[in-house]
Write a protein that binds this ligand. Structure first.
Ligand SMILES: NC(=O)c1ccc[n+]([C@@H]2O[C@H](COP(=O)([O-])OP(=O)(O)OC[C@H]3O[C@@H](n4cnc5c(N)ncnc54)[C@H](O)[C@@H]3O)[C@@H](O)[C@H]2O)c1
Length: 457
C-alpha cells in the first residue's frame, strides 16, 4: 500500500474549507455495476462487532444480498462473523478490502468507531460503492460536508444508520408535523437521559499516562487509523468505550443526536443553524485534564435555527439535554414528569404539542384534544433493506446523505460548542466559519495521523 494512495485531492480539500487533513484517497479504480430489481447486491461489511454484528445480520437477511466480504481489526469478532457467513472473504484492513474486492462488491456498510467513518466511506464512494454509514456520519463537521458533497457528486446510494427514522413511529411524526397537526412550531426540546449511559459510556478520564501492549487479536494501529497515536489501554477504548474520548467519539449528543433529531429535522425542513451555545457539566468545565481528553457527562445545547413556514417566528430555538440536564419540568408535565421518555423529542406548537419517544410511537398533546386525529397508514419499512432496494433501483432511501449530512453537521456543531462552553457561536454555513469566534473553528476538523493525511499538512 503506497502512501501516495492515501492523498486527498485539492478540490476535496477546499470543499471542506476548514478541513486540515481530509482522508487521502486510495488509488482505486472506480467500478459500479448498474443494478436492477432482479440482481443481487454484493455487499461488504466493515466493522462486524458491536453494532456491526447487527448490521451484518440485517443485510444478511435480505434475500437479494450476498455478503461477500467482512472486515474487522479484531480477529475474534471477525471469526464470529466469518462463522456466520462462511462464504465471505475476510480482511483486517479495509483498504485491502477495497483494493481486492473493488470489482466484486457493490456496496459497503461502515460500522466502526466514529473517527474512521469518513476515511472509509469517502474511499468506498470514490471506488464507486454504495454506502450505508453508521451515525453520526463522521467525527467532524468538515468531514460531513466533504462526504456529503462527494456522495452527491458520485451519485451513489447512501443511507445513514438511523434505523429508527424508517419506523412507522418516526414517519408518522414527520407526517403530523408537516400537516400542521400542532400548528406552527414555537420550540423544540430534545433529550437523551438514558439510564446507565453516564456510568457505562461516559468515562471521567483522563487517559492513563502509560499504555499496554494490545492483545494479539487486535490491530491497534488500524483501529486508531486517522486518530492520534494513543497507547493501547484495555477496557477504556475498544470495544464501545471509545465514545467517551474526544479523539474517537462525538460525545453523547453526537452519538444519539442523529436519532432524536431526525423526525424533527425532516418534519420542519430545517436548514443550518444561525447559532449554537452549550452549557456543560461544571466538574468537566473546571478540569483542564478532562477537557483535553473526554466529553462531559452532561450537556445542554441550544441551537437557533432560521424559521420557515412551519415555525411561529423567524427563528426556532431547539434545546438538547443529556446527563444531568433535563427538559424543563413544565415541558415534561405536558406528558408526565414521572413517565417522560428518557430519549425523546417534544415539539411545542401553537395548537398543541407532539412528543416523539425514541423508538416508540408519537403522541399528540393534550391527548383529549387529539383523540380522533388521523393516524396515517404507512407500510412497514426496514432501514437496511430500503437501502438494498434503493441500490437495486428502488425508491430513495430515508436518510440519504444529502438529507442527513446537513442534519449531522448541525449536531456536530453542538460538539464544537461543548468544547467552548458558554460561548455563543454564530455559524456561517456557506463559509464554514464562526464569524464571532474564529478560534472555535479548530474544532471543525482534525489533523490526521501521519500516513493518513496529505503530505505537508
Ligand atoms: N444506529 C445505532 O443505533 C447504533 C448503535 C450503536 C452503535 N452505532 C454506531 O456504530 C458504530 C460502531 O459502534 P459500536 O458501538 O458497534 O462500537 P464497537 O467498538 O462495539 O464495535 C466496533 C467494531 O468495529 C471494529 N473496528 C474498529 N475499527 C475498525 C477499523 N478501522 N476497521 C475495521 N473494523 C474496525 C471493532 O473491532 C469492532 O468490532 C459507531 O459509529 C456508533 O455510533 C449505531
Amino acid at each position: 500500500m503506497t502512501k501516495k494512495a492515501f492523498t486527498v485531492s485539492r478540490r476535496d480539500f477546499l470543499l471542506a474549507a476548514a478541513a486540515t487533513a481530509l482522508a487521502p484517497p486510495l488509488a482505486l479504480r472506480a467500478s459500479r455495476r448498474k443494478l436492477g430489481p432482479n440482481d443481487k447486491l454484493n455487499h461488504a461489511c466493515i466493522g462486524v462487532g458491536g453494532m456491526g454484528w447487527g448490521d451484518l445480520n440485517q443485510f444478511g437477511k435480505h434475500p437479494k444480498v450476498n455478503i461477500v466480504a467482512l472486515c474487522d481489526v479484531d480477529s475474534v469478532r471477525l471469526k464470529k462473523a466469518s462463522e456466520a457467513f462462511p462464504n465471505a472473504r475476510t480482511y483486517t484492513d479495509w483498504r485491502e478490502l477495497l483494493e481486492k474486492e473493488g470489482d466484486k462488491i457493490d456496496s459497503v456498510n461502515v460500522t466502526v468507531p466514529d473517527h474512521n467513518h469518513f476515511v472509509i466511506a469517502v474511499n468506498a464512494i470514490r471506488a464507486g460503492k454504495h454506502v450505508y454509514c453508521q451515525k453520526p456520519m463522521c467525527h467532524d463537521v468538515a468531514e460531513v460536508r466533504a462526504l456529503t458533497e462527494t456522495a452527491v457528486k458520485a451519485g451513489v446510494i447512501t443511507q445513514l444508520g438511523t434505523q429508527i427514522a424508517s419506523t412507522k413511529g418516526d414517519r408518522t411524526a414527520v407526517r403530523w408535523i408537516k400537516e400542521g397537526a400542532i400548528g406552527k412550531i414555537k420550540h423544540a426540546y430534545l433529550c437523551s437521559n438514558r439510564p446507565g449511559a453516564v456510568e457505562n459510556y461516559r468515562l471521567v478520564g483522563p487517559r492513563p499516562a502509560e499504555g499496554q501492549e494490545a492483545p494479539s487479536t487486535l490491530n491497534w494501529d488500524l483501529w486508531l487509523g486517522t486518530a492520534p497515536a494513543r497507547p493501547f489501554s484495555p477496557d477504556i477504548y475498544h470495544p464501545t468505550k471509545w465514545r467517551a474520548w474526544q479523539d474517537f467519539g462525538t460525545g453523547w449528543s453526537g452519538d444519539i443526536g442523529c436519532h432524536i433529531f431526525d423526525a424533527v429535522w425532516k418534519g420542519l425542513g430545517l436548514k443550518p443553524p444561525k447559532s449554537v451555545i452549550a452549557e456543560v457539566q461544571k466538574s468537566w468545565e473546571e478540569s483542564p485534564a478532562r477537557r483535553a481528553d473526554t466529553w462531559p457527562q452532561g450537556n445542554h445545547i441550544t441551537w437557533t435555527f432560521p424559521g420557515n413556514k412551519m415555525t411561529e417566528s423567524k427563528t426556532l430555538p431547539l434545546e438538547w439535554f443529556d446527563g444531568e440536564f433535563y427538559p424543563p419540568e413544565e415541558i415534561r408535565a405536558l406528558y408526565s414528569v414521572a413517565d417522560y421518555p428518557a430519549e425523546s423529542a417534544m415539539l411545542i406548537g401553537t395548537k398543541g404539542a407532539l412528543l416523539i419517544p425514541h423508538g416508540g410511537f408519537p403522541v399528540l398533546l393534550p391527548k383529549t384534544s387529539f383523540e380522533n386525529y388521523k393516524v396515517p397508514e404507512l407500510p412497514d419499512r426496514n432501514h437496511y433493506h430500503h437501502f438494498v432496494d434503493a441500490c437495486l433501483g428502488g425508491e430513495k432511501t430515508e436518510s440519504h446523505f444529502a438529507q442527513s449530512g446537513p442534519m449531522t453537521e448541525a449536531i456536530l456543531l453542538g460538539t464544537v460548542a461543548i468544547r467552548v462552553p458558554g460561548k455563543l457561536l454564530e455559524w456561517d454555513s456557506a463559509k464554514m466559519k464562526f464569524p464571532n469566534n474564529p478560534d472555535a473553528e479548530r474544532y471543525l476538523s482534525r489533523i490526521y495521523r501521519d500516513g493518513w493525511r496529505i503530505a505537508g499538512r
